[in-house]
Design a protein around this ligand. Sequence first.
Ligand SMILES: Nc1ncnc2c1ncn2[C@@H]1O[C@H](COP(=O)(O)OP(=O)(O)OP(=O)(O)O)[C@@H](O)[C@H]1O
Ligand SMILES: O=c1[nH]c(=O)c2[nH+]cn([C@@H]3O[C@H](COP(=O)(O)O)[C@@H](O)[C@H]3O)c2[nH]1
Ligand SMILES: NC(=O)CC[C@H](N)C(=O)O
Ligand SMILES: [Mg+2]
Length: 519
Amino acid sequence: MPGAERVLVLDLGAQYTLLIARRVRELGVYCEVLPGDAPAQTILSRKPQAIILSGGPSSVYAEDAPRPDPAVWEAGVPVLGICYGMQLMAHVLGGEVRRGERQEFGRAELEVLAADDGRPGRLFEGIGSPGARMTCWMSHGDLVRRPPPGFRTVARTPLSPVAAMEHGSRPWFGVQFHPEVAHTPFGSELLRHFLYDLAGLRGGWNMHAFVERAVDELRRQVTGGRAVVALSGGVDSSTAAVLAHRALGDRLTAIFVDHGLLRRGEPETVEREIGGRLGVPVTRVDARQRFLTKLAGVVDPEEKRRIIGREFIRVFEESARGVPDVRYLVQGTLYPDVVESGGGRTATIKSHHNVGGLPEQMQLTLVEPFRYLFKDEVRRVARELGLPDAIVHRHPFPGPGLAVRVVGEVTAEALETVRACDAIVQEEVERAGWAGEVWQAFAVWTGAWSVGVKGDARHYGPVIAVRCVQSDDGMTADWVRLPYEVLDRISHRITNEVPTVSRVVYDVSAKPPATIEWE
Ligand SMILES: Nc1ncnc2c1ncn2[C@@H]1O[C@H](COP(=O)(O)OP(=O)(O)OP(=O)(O)O)[C@@H](O)[C@H]1O
Ligand SMILES: O=c1[nH]c(=O)c2[nH+]cn([C@@H]3O[C@H](COP(=O)(O)O)[C@@H](O)[C@H]3O)c2[nH]1
Ligand SMILES: NC(=O)CC[C@H](N)C(=O)O
Ligand SMILES: [Mg+2]
């Protein structure tokens, strides 16, 4: 099958892991990112044809430095270490890594070196002859002083005596610079050379190949019994539903949970417009009372997320009992949900309800076909599967819904208010023609109260924030410079149509340091 190959990127905490994965996929090879401390069994079960070790902030000689499972070396596949990845390769295979006298950031001139026999190293074959000088991009403070036994140095820069190294006979390569960034002009070429010439891959992967392979994997995973797909109407779960339907046919039922934390009109839209267009039977479960009771009195954001994650699963389990022999739960989980929930070594930013918020004991086996993808890639899968534009371009809406847009306790008053304000934000952003430019636009119950004057009387009421952000994958975001007239209309309508609100503010924070949602 074309594109049946798979490359793994082990994430050792780099800022650019995402970019490495993306470059590999752009080069026509399917690629998955795994946490740097993934156990041997996980690494080997993915059957990779090559492994890339990412960069990272640690120093290899530090006590808590991330160190991938030795399976990496024993898997018998080509390995490319980038920056920290190369330093790690040097360190664990018997070379020497030290703090450099000077750090090397940004542009550097790389000189390709001749090996003992005067020929260029395999890594630079076809890219640069010995003596060639090329621009590369660096970001490190440590350096490899001495490559491990059996390795030779194949490039250097003025500050890095070992800027690239390779084993004399085994397919192990390391580069101190970053081939994945656009500032290394020959970087893509080097990655192509690694994948195609050194690792012998054949490529041919694209979204079409992804779909074929995902359908195949779903059929293998869901062996006996039936599956339910958790459908929110968002692009991830709608796409997961169509994909799973293609794989499992009538062994699949979709469950849409109305937890009382949805936007105005959403239950109806999902059931009628989205459910109807996916070709999958949708069961709507009314769990409003249940979620709101469980959330009463809870103010801690992580506690709220855990309660929601647990209730979601319990509702799926209970609804599944109505369908004979359900054993699997398909979810539209993406890689960023996993990363932010503290997958691997990254810090827990927030526990996404579908990952970090899951209960420990679950009766259904999770199936997550997009666990290694980013949102823009899922949108391409959606297009490949022929989903309508209205779904492909839908703004993301978090599973915990308005609960994470109400700071503090989720009360009926706060929910009703934020829902009414949200509807105004949606309408005005849409009407002004900005919806297509925007990743998400919404209102937040800030929990702050302020004094106003309405109808000549003092008015003490809640402060509502409006947030509107642009992003490609939700990992970073910037606030949208909406025209003042649009902001003015939103503010005017909110303070007039939602009488309790005393004040409207616009959130001008980027991510990082803020996150998109307030909780
Ligand atoms: N109300 C809901 N009912 C059923 N499943 C849900 C609901 N909300 C979220 N989920 C499940 O949780 C997963 C993660 O939610 P998330 O919001 O990240 O994805 P999405 O809703 O499918 O897409 P989007 O990110 O565009 O909103 C969904 O893919 C879906 O499987
Ligand atoms: O399904 C979800 N379950 C969650 O628990 C969750 N938390 C945040 N989000 C969405 O993820 C993106 C990044 O959000 P943050 O910048 O707030 O972390 C944004 O698009 C958020 O809307 C969630 N989606
Ligand atoms: N970007 C990196 O991978 C840096 C590696 C290591 N932390 C150093 O400073 O050298
Ligand atoms: Mg959603």
